[in-house]
Ligand binder design. Sequence first.
Ligand code: KG4
Ligand code: ZN
Length: 340
Amino acid sequence: MALVLGIESTCDETAAAVVENGRHVRSSVIASQVELHARYRGVVPEIASRAHIESILPVIQDALRQGQVTLEDVDAIAVTHRPGLIGSLLIGVTAAKTLAFAAGKPLIGVDHVQAHLYSVMLDSDIDVKFPAVGLAISGGHTALYSIRGFSDIQLIGATIDDAIGEAYDKVAFILGLGYPGGPIIDRLAKEGNPEAIRFPRTTLSRTSLDFSFSGLKTSVLYNVRGHKGIERTSADLSQQQIADVAASFQAACIDVVITKLKRAIRHVNAKSVIIGGGVSANQGLRAALAKLHVPVYLPRLSYCTDNAAMAAGLGYLHYQAGRSSTLDLDAITHSQLARA
Ligand code: KG4
Ligand code: ZN
């Protein structure tokens, strides 16, 4: 039996978890910063890194306590070291390095997006059929992957502008709803008519595996505020009209995602689809996935959004394969990764 302590601090959640053999989650502790960022309707990097500093040690201690283990008992320490906000990443990476050095444990750096995809394996006994198409959909990512194994993941398409979760959050703002907007729109969409407004489905060229959500977002803005963007506000809409916009926006997002998944399945000749990231919690999307003719693996709802169990799980695979990091492990931002 191998126990891995996972640490996650790439964005606005401080998280730690203990996972047994890469599958069984003994503990998963998440200190959410949602309330700190809600008034700014987005993550403020300086506030995030300060909050990580305050929470990181108590969160790690809680994860060890709830997992009924001590640092001595763990076999390795895994940390998501890319991609993310630099000030946020540094807190988790520094904590992981320090604990690994002090306790004499192997340190394992893992990729946050790959960890989101791995989260389908947590607390599950599925046996994934490869090659698979991977889809990472969150507030910071919208990307398709060809997956031949969790250590062999290649990018095949990505958003050229907004991430899908970002579009959800911005549309929620346009509609005068709270933050984060994804879960609120998902809930409202059930009460609205998805055919009330025909928002654009941007699929780019006929074969493109890339995504674009900025046109859809602007289209919602003009629909709600009038053609100059200043004629009305969401306060002028009835509850039913707001629900109709939410449902119609969600229908456009889902159509695009399903179209891209079908293209990617053909491109990869995939036997299955793996979806991870905050937007994979979306109930409307989960229902629409039945249209795909291959098995679709989704994380449990508690492992869709940022968590450290996914880091510990993927870290276990690296540990098993003898791939550990050194104390030189770097924190790597989105733009550094894009240039690499
Ligand atoms: O994975 P995550 O916690 O953080 C990133 O790595 O970005 O994802 C957060 C994003 C937010 O944009 C949030 O609005 C979205 O996931 N989200 C949802 C739902 N639950 C969370 N979007 C649509 N439907 C949901 N049910
Ligand atoms: Zn994430």
